[in-house]
Write a protein that binds this ligand. Sequence first.
Ligand SMILES: [Zn+2]
Length: 252
Amino acid sequence: MKVFFGLIFCFIALTAQPTSAVAKKPLRILLITGGCCHNYSLQTQKLKDGLAALAEAEWTVVNEGGNGTEAMLSFYDNPKWSEGYDVVVHNECFADTKSPEYMRKITKTHYAGVPAVVIHCAMHTYRAAEIDDWREFLGVTSRRHDHQSNYPVKKTDVNHPAIKDMPDNWITPKDELYIIEKLWPNARALATSVSEEDGTTHPVIWTNKYGKARVFGTSYGHSDETFADSVFINMVSKGILWSAGRLKNKRN
Ligand SMILES: [Zn+2]
């Protein structure tokens, strides 16, 4: 009997961890970045710095596709490419890659429940594709953008935990307004901007549910100035925490 209770005690001692220790476990982030048209080394550093102000994180950065518009990363050949990560941040720009088999290595992993944050040119990545899987994963369909300008951002879901602390009248540094042709049924706009060219309104921050995965997206993030903007980087950082279920208010 003594041995039995001794074993029970050991079991409890080994399995009971203080809640605070669990809460402080660093967030494990996989960042997919690179490709055309943007300063990814600066953007990566700003993302790390921004999140560090809010939470402890361990980043793994995959930047293997060069700086062109087409790439197929061998990284995704491993069917368990996302294993060990709490959230995947997509900040890549490969518009001319269009292989369905390649894209589905990525989307099927997210569909199974791996959370994601999608930034700027991720929306034009795989733009040449004939299948919609990537667009459904993003939550938006976009194929072009308006000129660079300083765009006012209007919050449309003021209570969402990822943006509730964001100023109401934020104006972007010089950035591109992505034209959103379609907001997918499981996506919800959190903020919008208006085209200076034709007056149409477009989601610029949104959430999406793709299979079991939470997705947080923003179409801004073109310029170095945007990534140096504390409002932008704080919004993206909160989006990372929200998608991974690390914000206190876990509203969908
Ligand atoms: Zn851009």
